[in-house]
Design a protein around this ligand. Structure first.
Ligand SMILES: Cc1cc2nc3c(=O)[nH]c(=O)nc-3n(C[C@H](O)[C@H](O)[C@H](O)COP(=O)(O)O)c2cc1C
Length: 202
């Protein structure tokens, strides 16, 4: 007798957003852009990651956000991958704007300038990317997908994979911050090699 594969599964309505009903694993990045007035803007995003085996990075953004408006105008953005110790700073980058549209919390965040594009990184991040806009896919529901070509990348020396170190030691030494949507985070130190099938090629 086969057990009912649906016995422990709850079917959810799909006419409502589903993503707050359970946890999923996501990265947490901080996107950097320049405002029209020249101030730096930083905003956290979790719907983000590589968009190709080639060097493309993408993230989902609300078109009402300054991040979107700035990228449409300047066609460039930075990406900082923060550590667990930077979670509060990362959160502050999502502070609401004042009545005049400014985001004063940004001024208190430790940053350093990108080299190839106009923008800043969150200081002490593990991984930093500079991207030039490749394309924007609008109207993915209420959101847009912003894809950039990576034109510069900086990795903390201890987070870089090398022939001389075990991958497990790299992760243990430089733990990865993950966002558990909605509203939790974790740090990954303990990792195992993935059991690829014999003969696997991507
Ligand atoms: C943990 C976290 C994750 C977020 N992820 C996203 C995201 O993936 N996409 C998005 O559009 N907004 C996301 N937001 C919201 C924006 O970061 C926030 O609205 C920000 O203030 C927008 O800033 P801006 O107007 O300067 O672009 C997230 C916020 C937090 C706190």
């Amino acid at each position: 007798m086969t057990t009912d594969a649906y016995a422990d599964l709850v079917s959810l309505r799909t006419d409502l957003p589903i993503w707050d009903r359970f946890f999923t694993v996501a990265p947490l990045v901080v996107i950097g852009t320049r405002e029209a007035g020249g101030e730096d803007d930083l905003a956290p995003k979790h719907m983000a990651g590589p968009m190709s085996w080639d060097n493309y990075f993408g993230f989902v953004c609300a078109p009402s956000h300054s991040t979107y408006v700035n990228i449409r105008r300047d066609k460039a953005f930075t990406v900082s991958y923060p550590r667990q110790s930077q979670v509060v700073l990362t959160s502050l980058a999502a502070s609401p704007r004042c009545a005049d549209g400014s985001k004063s919390a940004i001024q208190g965040l430790p940053t350093f300038p990108a080299r190839e594009i106009e923008g800043v990184f969150l200081r002490d991040s593990q991984l930093c990317l500079e991207c030039r806009l490749d394309r924007i896919v609008d109207e993915v529901g209420p959101n847009s997908l912003i894809i950039g070509k990576v034109v510069a990348v900086y990795v903390h020396r201890d987070a870089l994979r090398t022939k001389n170190r075990y991958d497990a030691d790299v992760v243990a030494d430089q733990p990865l911050l993950v966002y558990l949507h909605p509203g939790r985070f974790a740090e990954i130190r303990d990792s195992r090699r993935f059991p690829f099938p014999a003969g696997f090629k991507r």
